[in-house]
Design a protein around this ligand. Structure first.
Ligand SMILES: Cc1ncc(C[n+]2csc(CCOP(=O)(O)OP(=O)(O)O)c2C)c(N)n1
Ligand code: SF4
Length: 551
């Protein structure tokens, strides 16, 4: 349901040799994420930024292993801003995130499309159809339309590499951010990639003052919006004539309009058909698409997630069949596409359910939730490994919506519940999530204080465990695990005028921790308890010492 710990190990063993990264025509077997990292390295990206999120998390680690400058930021918005700043210095930058990360970075995207970029800026966004490890199935193509930025959609690792390089070129040519949309299957499946010589003679970083383009006040943004629409008109024409779209001529009885990994499945499902594979899904090459549709007896659109192309073709006057509604849920595969092609909307066989995910044996989060459960707390929870506490046997988390929401939701409940019930409400957030989007929630908690006060637990396990143990500003280590400045949660809470602040090891100080929680629940005051004990997997990797959060 969420970012799983098991399939997101960031210690990706890659056989990419950084010293050879500039050589011509090397063939490698690469995961899509590795191919993007290699493409970015060969494109001469000056910096890669991001916030972890399955299935995108490996890209920056591989880019770092290849000798690129990579960094984790506190959240996707900041990561996008840093990357935009790099591009304002006239060089190439990229930012990585999962699909929901773009919700956080959307504020940057929607106006960076107006300001444009000076060098190049690539948003690498990984969607998760089927929710292998996410809280929703949103389709990033909608963002491209809404923000007005080109979007490329690779269908295998080769295209992940090629489109990464193409995206930098397009971004630089039209001075516009470009989205590279991946999906779980592309990120984590491997295919052979033939790389090409790295780009040379890239400009040095330099800031050119250009206030009307860089300062988006209304007087500058109005013409900027017109510039953006003009760029999109030009890019549409480019996409029609030279875009990375591919027509494969087969039987004229069936024509399949397809994009992304669905192309690979569709070729297997209907090898005899004609295909139009869309590589740039925004702006769409609609003229060519309609032309294709008109040349076949029966046209069917096959796409994962939303019926985005289906609606666009019909809105443009084309006649095309699309999948029944039931197929917009989950990933497509060969079998499902065969069913779509024969219009089979009968119930699908339900695959046997795997064992539900669980907290690791010895996970420090477990004891914390046992205490919360014992005291019948109403837990406004958040996203991380600890969300597994919502499942049986603990069933000790009552809400979880998006990163950072534990604070606002907990405070909201406290505002309106009868006092006896309100005093049971506790917000619980992981350390990475607190830095990502809990700081502003804490400001809310100390500003619009509920009548019964509030209690916040920050679960400091000194890592971003759920997505594969990445560093963050609270661990005191950079992406490559070297030492860095480290946030001090107690000082932050005190600086925000929280009355009661304390730090406890939930295992070695279990009695003290429980007593502090019970005391906090009985007071109409603000309390922040930092529950500090390292993730046992991070300890196993020797990134933190047992019993401490020091690296
Ligand atoms: C906006 C957004 N970005 C990224 C993610 C992926 N993600 C989910 S929880 C999480 C952080 C988990 O770390 P932490 O809060 O420290 O909890 P832990 O897993 O270590 O217990 C991340 C990166 C997401 N769900 N939403
Ligand atoms: S021990 Fe670490 S990886 Fe395992 S569930 Fe707990 S926080 Fe997650």
């Amino acid at each position: 349901m969420y970012d799983s710990v098991s399939d997101t190990d960031t210690d990706t063993d890659t056989d990419i040799d950084p010293d050879k990264s500039g050589e011509l025509m090397e063939r490698k077997f690469l995961m899509g994420n590795e191919a993007v990292a290699l493409g970015a390295r060969h494109a001469g990206a000056a910096r890669g930024t991001g916030y972890p999120g399955t299935p995108s998390s490996e890209i920056l680690d591989v880019f770092n292993q290849l000798g690129g400058k990579a960094q984790w930021s506190p959240n996707e918005k900041v990561a996008a801003e840093v990357a935009l700043g790099v591009s304002f210095a006239g060089v190439r930058a990229f930012v990585t995130m999962k699909h929901v990360g773009l919700n956080v970075a959307a504020d940057v995207l929607f106006t960076a499309s107006y300001s444009g970029v000076d060098g190049a800026l690539l948003f690498v966004v990984a969607d998760d159809p089927g929710l292998a490890s996410s809280q929703n199935e949103q389709d990033t193509r909608r963002y491209a339309v809404a923000a007005g930025v080109p979007l490329l959609e690779p269908s295998d690792s080769q295209e992940a590499y090629d489109f990464t390089r193409l995206a930098f070129e397009l971004s630089e040519r039209w001075k516009i951010p470009v989205i590279l949309k991946l999906t779980t299957r592309i990120c984590h499946s491997g295919t052979i990639v033939t790389s090409r010589a790295a780009d040379h003679h890239l400009p040095e970083a330099h800031f050119e003052r250009n206030i009307p383009y860089h300062v988006m006040i209304p007087g500058h943004a109005r013409p900027a919006h017109r510039r953006l629409r003009q760029k999109l008109t030009e890019i549409t024409e480019w996409n029609e004539k030279e875009g990375p779209n591919q027509e494969i001529t087969g039987s004229k009885d069936l024509g399949i309009l397809v994009s992304g990994v669905a192309y690979q499945h569709a070729r297997e499902a209907a090898p005899e058909a004609s295909f139009f594979k869309v590589g740039m899904s925004y702006p769409l090459p609609m003229r060519s698409m309609l032309g294709f549709v008109a040349t076949v007896k029966r046209a069917v659109v096959i796409e994962e997630n939303d019926p985005y192309m289906a609606h666009a073709v019909r809105a443009a006057g084309g006649t095309i069949q699309s999948a029944p509604e039931m197929y917009r849920f989950g990933e497509l595969d060969v079998q499902r596409i065969k069913r779509i092609l024969v219009n089979d909307a009968s119930p699908e066989a339900v695959s046997p359910r795997g064992k539900p995910p669980q907290l690791c044996a010895g996970c420090p989060h477990k004891v914390t939730f046992e205490v919360l459960k014992k005291h019948n707390c109403i837990v406004a929870g958040d996203i991380g490994c600890y969300t597994l506490a919502a499942l049986q046997p603990l069933a000790a988390m009552d809400t979880q919506i998006c990163m950072g929401a534990s604070l606002g939701i907990g405070v909201g409940l406290r505002h309106v519940l009868p006092p006896e019930e309100a005093r049971r409400v506790v917000s619980v957030i992981g350390d990475s999530t607190f830095v990502h989007s809990g700081l502003t929630g804490l400001a809310e908690m100390t500003y619009n204080v509920p009548p019964t006060g509030h209690v916040l637990l920050i679960l400091d396990n000194s890592t971003t465990a759920m997505t594969g143990q990445q560093e963050h500003p609270g661990t005191g280590r950079l992406l490559d695990h070297t030492p860095a400045n480290r946030l001090d949660y107690e000082t932050i809470a005190r600086a925000m005028n929280v009355t009661n602040v304390g730090t406890f090891d939930p295992v070695s100080q279990s009695d003290e921790f429980e007593a502090a929680l019970v005391e906090a629940l009985g007071k109409d005051e603000l309390t922040v308890l930092i529950v500090q004990r390292p993730c046992i997997l991070a300890v196993a990797r020797k990134r933190v010492k047992p019993g401490s959060t020091e690296g």
